[in-house]
Write a protein that binds this ligand. Sequence first.
Ligand SMILES: NC(=O)c1ccc[n+]([C@@H]2O[C@H](COP(=O)([O-])OP(=O)(O)OC[C@H]3O[C@@H](n4cnc5c(N)ncnc54)[C@H](OP(=O)(O)O)[C@@H]3O)[C@@H](O)[C@H]2O)c1
Length: 342
Amino acid sequence: MIRTIDLALSGLGNVGRNFLRILETKSDRLAADYGLALRVVAVADSSGCAVNLDGFDPHALRLRKEAGGRVADLPEYKPGRTLAEFLALAGFCDFLLEASPVNLSDGEPGLGYVRAALGAGISCVLANKGPLALAFHELHRLAAANGAGLAFSATVCGALPVVNIGRRDLIAADVSLLRGIFNSTSNFILDEMAAGRSYADALAEAQRRGIAETDPSLDVEGWDTANKLTILANSFLGVDVTLADVSVQGITAITAEQLAAHRAQGEVIKLVAEARQVENGYRLSVAPLPLPASDFLAGCGGWEMGVEIHSDLYGKQFYKIWEREPLPTAAAMLRDLVNLLA
Ligand SMILES: NC(=O)c1ccc[n+]([C@@H]2O[C@H](COP(=O)([O-])OP(=O)(O)OC[C@H]3O[C@@H](n4cnc5c(N)ncnc54)[C@H](OP(=O)(O)O)[C@@H]3O)[C@@H](O)[C@H]2O)c1
């Protein structure tokens, strides 16, 4: 028995197109292993939204976007209609996959899409951190009130399942320290600068590979890392925090000379996110820090991201991932979707 699951896909950029690529290559596997047929019935990009209740061809759609096409040029384009309007219709689809750009001012368009979908009982899987960094608990309340699923393991460290580990595998733990390198664009830039490459050149490579944020100032000024720290803190540190609770400093003031001077002393500068337990909760910070070369996070180079979690019950845990393209993040969205259906 194959169960058809209808999807709305918001954002057809690096992540959205890689999600389509997975549908192209893994549909047989999803049918055989999970009894699922995933059908994309709505798509949106910056030009608008299109609906095809029989399902878009993922291959044709991806090629069209890769060739610079716009949703507004599709025959199924719905002029004057927004994806949010369709999502607000109960039963329109089963899942919203949200991969539009991060917007820390008001969370839009992603926050509006997620609110509309959850309000209609449609489950949501997010790669976009913005809605969660701004409205984590509101969205969870909305999901619970409408019997919808909400998953977001793709928002932190790409495909590294940090959110899942924290929520599923640290039952009853008191976490005394959570530290991590959560942004591979800035990690790559720091490594490349230490090796003599220019900041601009290294950033351009991260953009070319589809790893940098749509607005790369979010990467280098520390906000992407702060978003992820906020999501983790709310997910499994038992606190109710927003971005305003995080002290944030990025890497833009770091010079090649500083990197070299620390290296000569056996230290490596890393952009470190930290949640440290204090009397009334956690002190949350993002800042470039010199670490001894033997430190776990110092050993996360270039395209790696990592996290270290110290707790009373589960010891000290260390995880890292190497991710140089957006495919693993798109796969994390697939993982969330299948897990929500289980
Ligand atoms: N790239 C990664 O490795 C990675 C990893 C983890 C999480 N994420 C998150 O995933 C999300 C997508 O990242 P990305 O790298 O795919 O970004 P991207 O390449 O810049 O793509 C963004 C997509 O969103 C579309 N978009 C813009 N405005 C929209 C609107 N109003 N409604 C619907 N779609 C709209 C864009 O349309 P156009 O095509 O018309 O420009 C584009 O297709 C971001 O929130 C990012 O933080 C990315």
